[in-house]
Design a binder for this molecule. Structure first.
Ligand SMILES: [Zn+2]
Length: 398
């Protein structure tokens, strides 16, 4: 046995020298499984998992496959967890085993806290739980989300699945699925499934996902966590949405685009323009926002839209800042969609990241509309002045 442990210790040391992460700290008061071989194998597996959790999800082979997407939500919180930016220390926080309990002959519940100490002050970074599943002679890991949601109810509407505790707003659920389908049809996104877990706030959301504490959300009440795997996205709503009484069509557009596009190809200001046009913003319709834009920005006839693209001009609606350039993009998207269908908008949207001189933007815009940087200002003024008579798009006909 002694030989086994010293070999094991060497292996662990070699592994961590290579992976450069902190090994699991085990205080003497922690009750480990009685079988020392089982105990060593389990601790080794937890260490391997915590190391793998610092790498991209695609290369982490220690996730329990059937609960992968649920576990990705938790992995998102563990990735980079040792780092303390203020102290410029990449390995400041160390993992401490706080509990390990056999749930049945094949599963253990493992609780871990990441703690760092600086000048006699202790900092708790996060505490969370994992389920270790025995597979053949080793262990794979999952979050406890599915176990924690066991008693929850489920409502399926089209390609959207809602998990909730007491009641669900069925009309809102249908409205969501309908709009998601409209967006997916435009984007040619097929069979995309969205699974919601509806929670009231961060406390509920953390309890559900097996996070006891994370300092990132210290002092906050609301947030939304999510993960995507293949065609499925799971979204944990922790924003006053236990009954799914609300969703934001603007954000829904961004989410659907992100399912089918490469981040570095999408032009962010055009994507914003689409989101305003198809989903309004912060509960205001596109028409209401356009009216504000016309009064607050386009009321100044000296506005130069080429300059407004390079040096952002903002206007306020309900206390929120809106970039005038995004509204101009919405008008251009509307024009392109009317003349060429969404295929043209897709090409425009994929013109590449916003650059300083917007060369890529003007190149694709000219190809699609004939508008160049030289006549951009004049053409945008025409669009603004002719709206809405020339190009009406009603929200319900999207
Ligand atoms: Zn947006």
């Amino acid at each position: 046995m002694k030989l086994f442990f010293s070999t094991f210790a060497l292996l662990v040391a070699a592994f961590f020298a290579n992976a450069q992460i902190n090994p699991l700290q085990i205080n003497p008061n922690i009750k480990l499984p009685k079988d020392s071989i089982e105990s060593a194998a389990l601790i080794s597996a937890v260490n391997n998992f915590l190391a793998a959790a610092q790498k991209p999800d695609e290369v982490n082979k220690l996730v329990f496959e059937t609960e992968k997407i649920e576990t990705l939500v938790l992995l998102n919180k563990i990735n980079g967890i040792e780092k303390n930016t203020a102290l410029k220390d990449d390995h400041f926080y160390r993992p401490y085993l706080t509990n390990i309990v056999s749930l049945n002959s094949n599963e253990y519940m493992v609780q871990i806290s990441y703690i760092g100490v600086n000048k006699n002050t202790t900092f708790l970074r996060a505490s969370f739980e994992l389920i270790a599943h025995r597979i053949n002679n080793g262990f794979l890991f999952s979050s406890s989300l599915l176990r924690n949601a066991k008693g929850w109810k489920t409502e399926k509407v089209g390609n959207t699945i809602f998990h909730y505790q007491t009641i669900i707003n069925k009309a809102k659920a249908q409205e969501f699925d309908k709009l998601a389908s409209v967006f997916d049809k435009k984007l040619k996104a097929i069979n995309k499934v969205t699974e919601f877990y509806c929670c009231e706030n961060i406390f509920e959301m953390q309890r559900l996902t097996g996070v006891q504490y994370t300092s990132d959300y210290n002092g906050r009440l609301h947030s939304v966590w999510s993960s995507t795997l293949g065609d499925t996205t799971i979204i944990i709503l922790g924003d006053n949405n236990a009954e799914f009484n609300d969703f934001d069509p603007h954000d829904l557009w961004h989410e659907r685009v992100s399912l089918v596009s490469l981040r570095n190809q999408i032009n962010r200001p055009i994507d914003e323009g689409c989101a305003y046009l198809y989903g309004g913003s912060w509960g205001m319709s596109w028409q209401a926002i356009f009216k504000e834009f016309k009064e607050q920005v386009a009321g100044n006839k000296n506005t130069d839209w080429v300059k407004a693209k390079e040096t952002p001009v903002y206007f306020k609606t309900k206390g929120f800042n809106n970039s005038a350039d995004c509204i101009v993009n919405a008008l251009l998207v509307q024009k392109i969609e009317k003349e060429q269908g969404f295929a043209g908008v897709w090409e425009f949207l994929n013109c590449g990241k916003a650059e300083k001189d917007n060369e890529n933007y003007y190149q694709v815009l000219e190809k699609l509309t004939g508008i160049t940087k030289a006549n951009y200002n004049e053409k945008v003024w025409e669009l603004i002045n002719n709206y809405p008579q020339a190009l009406p798009i009603e929200q319900d006909k999207l």
